[in-house]
Design a protein around this ligand. Structure first.
Ligand code: 5AD
Ligand code: SF4
Length: 430
């Protein structure tokens, strides 16, 4: 979501006549796009501006803070961090140029944590996408789930879905421009609920999301990925849709957060471990070979050693292709912030390392299934590893490295996998 936000910030700035530079010392304006899901990210902002202040000395550029930290901290950032000139929240991206101009004109600090304009343009210019071949397309913003540890419902606000007709129009447009893979993104894509049926008529499905998947698949764009899914809203009709359309990719990111029902309840996740396993079983029994990834938190308030061991067993059962493991960090303003953060930092680290080790072992075993298999890879960029190395993603969202000529950039090629590394696969053009 943050990459997508940054792409839209730079699109807006370019449209309004600003020029980008990669050299922050040559810039008149430096914008820091922030995330506050975990504490570390917030600290990064403080040290980032500090470093800039030191480097720039007397020639300090105008500094703007955007994203979640800006939304949550608001004007306190002006006091907390010396050198910040404007603070724009998660829904103020469309007003970034105005904020810069006003800063230059008035010299005053500008704060905007207001709502999005009704006619906000979500388009990202071709030149501002992180890849010419892959595009992120938000289909829903915000979140209504209020998991007790999570800041997102506060930083991104309530759920708002985009009209399917508009999503489809954008997919067709991207396809025409040479984009081969779209990622439909949102905090919880499965709870997609547009206000009208426009664009969905004629597409069946048990949820608006599965109908949207069918409608997007019918555009004929080559690859469609979607993230993030939420276990309670992830129903078998989504798997059925994937089975029906080859261009819906075989990868699902389904955060579980914990293997203990007690902890899941305290997190207010709204699902049990048994229900999650049922969904995994359905994915595993699919006719498509679907890769599964997840997020897990260790050291949530009140997590005992027994709860943690439930997480270890859960990881062993699920056999994730990849798991992002986080140490719980209290976020002010969330319900869990009121609970005693009673797992010590040292214990959190121990649990993190133990779970990471188990996941590494399981992951290595799971990934062996790709050995000697031929995967379809979208060639996205040159890899710095070898002199004519190329890199891209498979339909199952693995990073795949191989050697080949530069002319293959943007093409989808067959790569036979001959080596499995911790977080990527290596192979040869087939
Ligand atoms: N502490 C640790 N991890 C968190 N996440 C969200 N909030 C917190 C928190 N307070 C993790 C969850 C989520 C991922 C994006 O970040 O695992 O799925
Ligand atoms: Fe946060 Fe839960 Fe919403 Fe995910 S579903 S963004 S973890 S509140």
């Amino acid at each position: 979501m943050n990459v997508s936000d940054s792409e839209r910030i730079s699109t807006t700035l370019a449209r309004d006549g600003f020029e980008m530079t990669a050299d922050e010392m040559a810039a008149d304006v430096v914008i820091i796009n922030t995330c506050s899901v975990r504490e570390k990210a917030e600290h990064k902002l403080y040290s980032r501006v500090g470093r800039l202040r030191k480097k720039a000395a007397k020639n300090m550029p105008v500094v703007g803070v955007m994203g979640c930290v800006a939304q949550l901290e608001g004007e306190t950032l002006f006091e907390k961090i010396e050198g910040v000139n404007f603070v724009l929240g998660t829904r103020a991206v469309g007003r970034v140029s105005a904020a810069i101009n006003e800063t230059f004109q008035t010299g005053k600090n500008i704060l905007d944590v207001g709502e999005r304009e009704d006619n906000y343009d979500w388009t990202v210019a071709d030149t501002h996408r992180h890849s010419p071949y892959v595009a992120f397309l938000p289909i829903i913003e915000g979140c209504n789930k209020f998991c007790t540890y999570c800041i997102v419902p506060f930083s991104r606000g309530r759920e708002r879905s985009f009209e399917a007709a508009e999503v489809i129009r954008q997919v067709c447009d991207l396809k025409e421009k040479g984009v081969r893979e779209v990622h439909l993104i949102g905090q919880n894509v499965n709870s997609y609920k547009p206000q009208t049926d426009s664009g969905l008529a004629g597409f069946t499905g048990k949820s608006a999301f599965s109908r949207l998947l069918r409608a997007v698949a019918a555009t004929g764009i080559e690859r469609i990925k979607f993230t993030t899914s939420f276990p309670r809203d992830f129903n078998s009709d989504i798997v059925e849709t994937i089975e029906e359309y080859e261009n819906l990719c075989n990868w699902v990111h389904l955060p579980i957060q914990s293997g203990s029902n007690r902890v899941l309840a305290a997190m207010k996740r709204g699902h049990t471990i048994e229900k999650y396993f049922e969904k995994i079983d359905r994915l595993r029994s699919s006719s498509r070979e679907i890769a599964l990834t997840t997020d897990i938190i260790v050291g949530f308030p009140g997590e005992t050693e027994a709860d943690f061991q439930d997480s270890v067993r859960m990881v062993e059962y699920c056999g994730f292709d990849m798991a992002y493991i986080f140490k719980y960090s209290p976020r002010p303003g969330t319900p869990a912030f009121e609970m005693a953060d009673d797992v010590s930092e040292a214990e959190k680290t121990l649990r993190f390392l133990e779970l990471e080790n188990v996941q590494k072992r399981i992951q290595n075993n799971r990934l062996q299934r790709y050995l000697n298999k031929v995967l379809k890879v979208l060639v996205e960029s040159r890899s710095s590893r070898t002199h004519n190395g190329l890199t891209g993603h498979s339909t199952c969202h693995k990073v795949v490295n191989f050697e080949g000529p530069e002319q293959l950039l943007g093409k989808i090629v067959d790569v036979k996998i001959n080596e499995i590394k911790a977080n990527s696969l290596f192979g040869k053009l087939n």
